[in-house]
Ligand binder design. Structure first.
Ligand code: DX5
Ligand code: ZN
Length: 216
């Protein structure tokens, strides 16, 4: 069984020194950097825009996994692509024409992601799976770090694994929210390829050891 990719979220980093947070991520052996973009409308929190991605890009060769928790993501997708995002993940609940948006992300030469909040069933995004390089299953209600994982959301991971086997799809399955040493084994057993972790990573005294433990 392949070990999962770990994607620490800078939402839990020190906002006065993102570069240090990114350096910690790379030093700990995590492959991806998860960047939580929030507009204060789609989610009740507000974070940062494309300029942070642009400024962090030269500081890390890691994969920039940009999670767009924003309404009308079409307004900013080109900016984040230009800034250096590798994956651009939109929310299925944040736009009507998500099919067109995923096609647009590919036209920009980027990897496309689709994310669903806890109340959204997998069936809602099934038509989009052929266009997705990544499916991000929210295991908390989005907006804030440090929340408890909602275990029922892991059933969606199992369903996505089944669908991928049936479709012959190539999308990666990621989980986001409440991932720590206790919940990581549940996510691994469900079949995830990527695990996002914010507070567990940035609160860990030994980040390298934590990454190794999350990978199992
Ligand atoms: C929540 C974000 C998550 C969050 C994860 O809306 O999408 O990426 O930062 O943080 P933890 O791991 O602390 O739940
Ligand atoms: Zn996220």
């Amino acid at each position: 069984m392949k070990k999962p990719i770990i994607a620490p979220s800078v939402l839990a980093a020190d906002f006065s020194n993102f570069a240090a947070g990114v350096a910690d991520i790379r030093a700990a052996g995590a492959e991806w950097i998860h960047l939580d973009v929030m507009d204060g409308k789609f989610v009740p929190n507000l974070t940062f825009g494309p300029k942070l991605v642009q400024d962090l890009r030269p500081k890390s060769s890691g994969i920039f996994d940009v999670h767009l928790m924003i309404y009308e993501p079409d307004r900013l997708i080109p900016e984040f692509a230009k800034a250096g995002a590798d994956y651009l993940t939109i929310h299925a609940e944040a736009a009507v024409h998500t099919h067109r948006l995923l096609v647009g992300i590919h036209k920009l030469g980027k990897k496309s992601g689709i994310s669903i909040v806890p109340s959204t069933p997998v069936s809602f995004i099934e038509p989009l799976l052929p266009l997705a390089d990544l499916v991000l299953v929210m295991t908390v209600d989005p907006g804030f770090g440090g929340q408890e994982l909602i275990p029922e959301c892991l059933d969606k991971v199992k369903r996505l694994v089944e669908i991928r086997q049936r479709l012959g799809g190539a999308f990666l399955i990621s989980v986001d929210g409440g991932i720590n040493e206790t919940t990581a084994p549940l996510a691994r057993n469900a079949g995830v390829d990527v695990m996002v972790t914010g507070s567990a990573f940035f609160d860990a005294p030994d980040k390298t050891a934590l990454v190794a433990r999350l990978k199992g």
